[in-house]
Design a binder for this molecule. Structure first.
Ligand code: PMP
Length: 421
């Protein structure tokens, strides 16, 4: 009999991603836990989509009750999107009080790039040399994991991503200047090749780059250069947003800069596909004048209800505070593990977005990191890897994660390191 794995691979393609050598066949989720089809429970330390916990009853109820009343495309007037957008934009400073609702982070970044084109009349984009921002044709040109067919496009220029273990410029203190120097060179290249500078787009937590430890002000010099060249600043908050980093609601607040456009996604609907672009009114108007744009599903009544419920739960359950407190506790536990395991070269993170980087014999320990992830999957804790060499254990659980959950995570990681390192 063909297995579900074989049917999936045949139907969805052999390269359709699954985590783990033996994929987890999930059946249901609740809070910080997932259960597989054999009834086995896993502590989910990786999923940022169920931001307020798997199947949170208030989000489930909001989706179900709105679906029972009305769901339609977005060309009617409906209270839901307006009420949600007003509540969401109240969480931003810097006149960021206009919104486009879309269905994925990729779409949000696609719209953001077009906004930058509309504002500047230019097409050049600057990003990092180790990044991912989504899957549309335009946005995927920013990604670095595979050389695109036809090669990397010259309208995208890259600055070296910050990194704790191998900082550009050689030192952690010097990497802000090194990043700015990379941006300066990117600007020169875009001016030279005729594209000009439309935007710098970065995740303000550099999540896919390996979430290096950065001080407020890290981007200031680079931003000043981009603005002087006429470009605007896009903060991709798909990963750090909605309070996950504990200290702030948004990654750009932690780095203390004022973006022109912010893109949101993953956690926004707790799994319901909803995403958004937040910007200033004049940028939105310019975009709407420059492009004919509408989005059938973006911000429909059910999406707006799901997103509003998420926002309310974050507030009601004080999840930003929880991320801060439990994240600090968990990071301390990783610090203790570092004392016991030589392979842990660095522990870092903020709030409930943290991890440990593994090195052995002066080299990134990619295979070992993978072995730890596989071992932990079999001992009931789900996490994954990140960073340029995939040698960092990336931990990013639902924000209802508790100190007891952190204890379990640390115990299971300790045992896994003991066994495989
Ligand atoms: N931006 C960043 C920083 C991401 O990590 C991702 C997805 N991993 C995206 C955008 C794309 O989001 P989506 O998969 O919802 O299109």
């Amino acid at each position: 009999m063909t297995t579900i794995y074989e049917r999936r691979a045949r139907l969805l393609g052999p390269h359709m991603t699954t985590f783990y050598k033996e994929p987890v066949h999930v059946a249901r989720g609740e809070g910080v836990y997932l259960w597989d089809t054999d009834g086995r429970q896993y502590l989910d330390c990786y999923n940022n989509v169920p931001h307020v916990g798997h199947c949170h009853p208030k989000v489930v109820e909001a989706i179900a009750s709105q679906a029972a009343v009305l769901n339609t495309h977005t060309r009617y007037v409906h209270d839901g999107i307006v009420e949600y957008g007003e509540a969401l934009t109240a969480k931003f400073d810097h006149d960021l009080d206009s919104m486009v609702m879309v269905c994925s982070g990729s779409e949000a970044n696609d719209v953001a790039l077009r906004m930058a084109q509309a504002m500047t009349g230019k097409t050049g984009v600057i990003t990092t040399d180790n990044t991912y921002h989504g899957n549309t044709t335009a946005v995927s040109q920013l990604n670095t994991s595979k050389v695109p067919i036809g090669g990397f496009q010259e309208h995208v220029q890259r600055a070296p991503a910050p990194d704790n273990m191998m900082p550009p410029g050689g030192t952690r203190e010097g990497q802000a200047a090194a990043f700015a120097e990379g941006v300066k060179q990117a600007i020169a290249a875009l001016e030279e090749n005729g594209h000009g500078v439309s935007a710098l787009i970065v995740c303000p937590y550099f999540a896919n780059e390996g979430f290096p430890t950065l001080d407020a002000g890290f981007l200031d010099e680079a931003i000043a250069l981009v603005r002087a060249a006429g470009g605007i600043i896009i903060a991709d908050e798909v990963q750090p947003g909605f309070g996950r980093i504990g200290s702030h609601w948004w990654g750009h607040q932690k780095l203390n800069f004022a973006p022109d456009i912010v893109t949101l996604g993953k956690p926004m609907g707790n799994g319901h596909p909803v995403a958004a672009v937040i910007t200033r009114p004049e940028i939105l108007t310019c975009f709407q004048e420059g492009f004919k744009y509408f989005n059938t599903f973006g911000g429909n009544p059910v999406s707006a209800a799901a997103a509003m419920a998420v926002l309310n739960v974050i507030e009601d359950e004080k999840l930003v505070e929880n991320a801060k407190e439990v994240g600090a506790y968990a990071l301390d536990l990783l610090g203790e593990l570092q004392k016991r395991h030589d392979v842990i070269a660095d522990v870092r993170g903020s709030g409930l977005f943290f991890g440990a980087e593994l090195w052995r014999d002066g080299k990134p320990a990619t295979a070992l990191c993978d072995a730890v992830v596989e071992e932990m999957r079999h001992t009931g804790v789900l996490l994954h890897t990140e960073g340029r060499f995939d040698n960092t254990l990336k931990i990013r659980p639902p924000c209802v994660f508790t100190k007891e959950n952190a204890d379990q995570l640390a115990e299971v990681m300790d045992a896994a390191l003991e066994k495989v390192a």
